[in-house]
Write a protein that binds this ligand. Structure first.
Ligand SMILES: NC(=O)c1ccc[n+]([C@@H]2O[C@H](COP(=O)([O-])OP(=O)(O)OC[C@H]3O[C@@H](n4cnc5c(N)ncnc54)[C@H](O)[C@@H]3O)[C@@H](O)[C@H]2O)c1
Ligand SMILES: Nc1ncnc2c1ncn2[C@@H]1O[C@H](COP(=O)(O)OP(=O)(O)OP(=O)(O)O)[C@@H](O)[C@H]1O
Length: 534
């Protein structure tokens, strides 16, 4: 005899979704539906009406219990999500207040031309410039100097040891001034306000950041040279350049320990060249160095900038690589170029950097776990060796931006816009446009478009707790670190830009790079030989 069981399911997916009739007779199976229906009918008619009602009540109460369970689960989930959001808000505010602490006071400073210190729109550029100028002049008010000297990031032990809170060696640095103008020094058209509110009207003044010119106030005395490793041409040039800088310009020269060994292997007369023993010492060099020279490609400029965890002396990049987006100077003419730079004034490109901080979930109550990393091009969060999609929750200040599901995300400076971000479909942006590029890498979505965010925001990228895999962060293509579920990367514009000397001026150099380096929009010109509008 056949037996049947009726399964009912609730609407929450608990149990079997279909009502099924099972037969113990394999021959019958489910094929003979009319027979099965008959059997159901028989079964139901055998039950008293009271029994059927009881069964329904029991099933109904079970369904209600399931509903209650689902509602309880959802309420608990919401509470958890709220607690998590509150925790992130707390961390974000800590990060923001920390960033604000790093910025300088707004009081007018000696050694900065009035126009610059008044410029509100260029506030943080001016602050960064003031940072250089203050240190270089060594004649600013004590309070602001103390602030610089005691700055953790500079880690200037010598400066901190000095009785007046300021290092005497700072005075040996060449001082310079930066001026902003629309048409350069000749025009003398320094800008005051970007936006003015006179008589209740909002008007924009001429832009103030078009061209920045650096004028030495005292002669530079110390240079540091960074060179691309394993290159014979770079090695030969560095030998020649070091000697020329010493013999013809009377400068103190620092090189990396590897380069000093190379120089000494050429001749013991290179004994005068200075170097450092370990990485800690390099962080003490900024207050002594007036100028940085790089011999290599863009990677060498990135390398040189990464050596300075705070302010960076102006960089003169010589092109000895194949692309050279940030290296406008030709090495064959190094003498003329350096003469011009050392004499000044020179046009510079003030390139923003991003400061990046990883916040580990397991270090929830220990905020200061990892130090900031500064990048000149970009910070990348990608899937690394994982074959799963990355899942990255992104926030801009307190607002949710999006969830990136794909190979990853690039947070780029405008200088880095022509590097990895460009390859991932981001726009090319003039390096002096302030902003953060938000460029996804292979997003699995038809509607993702890259964004450009303003320079004052803080971006947070978090690996969600339910992510299938961890993500990997790299800084200017180096120093990979793993981000586990719950970890986050917090990123904002750093107060220490990198100034690179221009061959002509910022815009000219940028356009030359995209034309010569990338062959941007190269196309045969259409001939005039054909139909025309009449
Ligand atoms: N798919 C890609 O395009 C891709 C992938 C990984 C890294 N990168 C870039 O490489 C950079 C590291 O450079 P590297 O020299 O140490 O590595 P690398 O030797 O791998 O060179 C990368 C290339 O990027 C170029 N480059 C670097 N910075 C640039 C910039 N600001 N504008 C235009 N081109 C630039 C370099 O000239 C070089 O040709 C990273 O910051 C990242 O932007 C690009
Ligand atoms: N002083 C240095 N010490 C250690 N590594 C360096 C140094 N300078 C450059 N590098 C590294 O060497 C690599 C190549 O440098 P770079 O990009 O300057 O030369 P390149 O590859 O010949 O230039 P291009 O990419 O324009 O052809 C980069 O990854 C960079 O980080």
């Amino acid at each position: 005899m056949s037996t049947y069981k009726l399964n009912y399911t609730d609407s929450f997916g608990n149990g079997d979704a279909n009502t099924s009739l099972r037969s113990s007779n394999p021959e019958n199976g489910f094929s003979d539906l009319s027979q099965s229906e008959k059997a159901v009918q028989e079964l139901l008619t055998q039950q008293t009406p009271m029994q059927a009602t009881d069964d329904h009540l029991i099933e109904f109460s079970e369904a209600l219990r399931t509903v209650a369970k689902a509602l309880r689960g959802s309420a608990e989930g919401k509470a958890l999500a709220q607690a998590e959001a509150a925790e992130w808000k707390r961390r974000y505010e800590l990060e923001r207040s920390k960033n604000q602490d790093l910025l300088l006071p707004k009081a007018p400073l000696n050694g900065v031309c009035a126009d610059e210190s008044n410029s509100k729109g260029m506030d943080h550029l001016a602050k960064s410039a003031r940072l250089h100028v203050q240190e270089n002049n060594g004649k600013t008010g004590r309070s602001s100097l103390e602030r610089i000297c005691s700055h953790d990031v500079l880690q200037d032990g010598e400066a901190n040891n000095s009785p007046n809170g300021c290092n005497n060696k700072l005075k040996r640095k060449a001082s310079f001034k930066l001026s902003w103008g629309c048409k350069g020094q000749a025009n003398d058209q320094h800008k005051k306000e970007i936006v003015s509110f006179e008589s209740g009207n909002i008007t924009t003044a001429d832009r103030s950041s078009k061209q920045i010119s650096l004028t030495w106030e005292t002669n530079p005395q110390t240079v540091i040279i960074f060179t691309k490793p394993n290159s014979t041409s770079v090695r030969l040039l560095s030998v020649e350049m070091v000697r020329w800088l010493r013999d013809h310009k009377g400068l103190n020269v620092y090189v990396e320990p590897r380069v000093k060994a190379e120089l000494l292997s050429e001749s013991s007369s290179f004994d005068f060249v200075q170097t450092w023993e370990d990485d800690k010492e390099i962080s003490l060099l900024h207050p002594k160095v007036d100028l940085v020279i790089t011999l290599g490609g863009d990677g060498t400029v990135l390398w040189a900038a990464s050596m300075f965890k705070g302010p960076v002396p102006p960089i003169v990049p010589f092109s000895m690589g194949s692309l050279g987006f940030m290296t406008p100077f030709h090495s064959e003419q190094y003498r003329d170029c350096l003469e011009a730079v050392l004499r000044g004034p020179i046009s510079i490109t003030l390139r923003h950097r991003l400061q990046c901080h990883i916040i580990r979930d397991k270090a929830r109550h220990d905020y200061e776990t990892e130090e900031n990393t500064l990048v000149l091009n970009e910070v990348t969060i990608d899937r690394g060796i994982s074959s799963y999609l990355t899942n990255l929750e992104c926030y801009c200040d307190n607002s949710f931006v999006t969830c990136v599901q794909g190979d990853g995300l690039i947070l780029s400076t405008t200088s880095g816009s022509t590097a990895y971000s460009l390859a991932a479909g981001g726009s090319m942006v003039h390096p002096q446009v302030p902003g953060i590029l938000f460029t996804p890498i292979c997003p699995h979505s038809l509607s993702f478009r890259p964004l450009i965010l303003p320079d004052h925001v803080t971006v947070r990228v978090q690996v969600p707790f339910n992510s299938r895999s961890s993500a990997w962060v790299s800084f200017d293509g180096k120093g990979r670190k793993q981000l586990e579920a719950g970890d986050a990367l917090v990123c904002s514009i750093a107060p220490w830009p990198v100034s690179t000397a221009c061959q002509v001026e910022s815009t000219h150099d940028f356009l030359r790079s995209i034309h010569d380096g990338l062959h941007w929009n190269l196309r045969k010109t259409q001939s005039s030989d054909g139909p025309r509008d009449t």
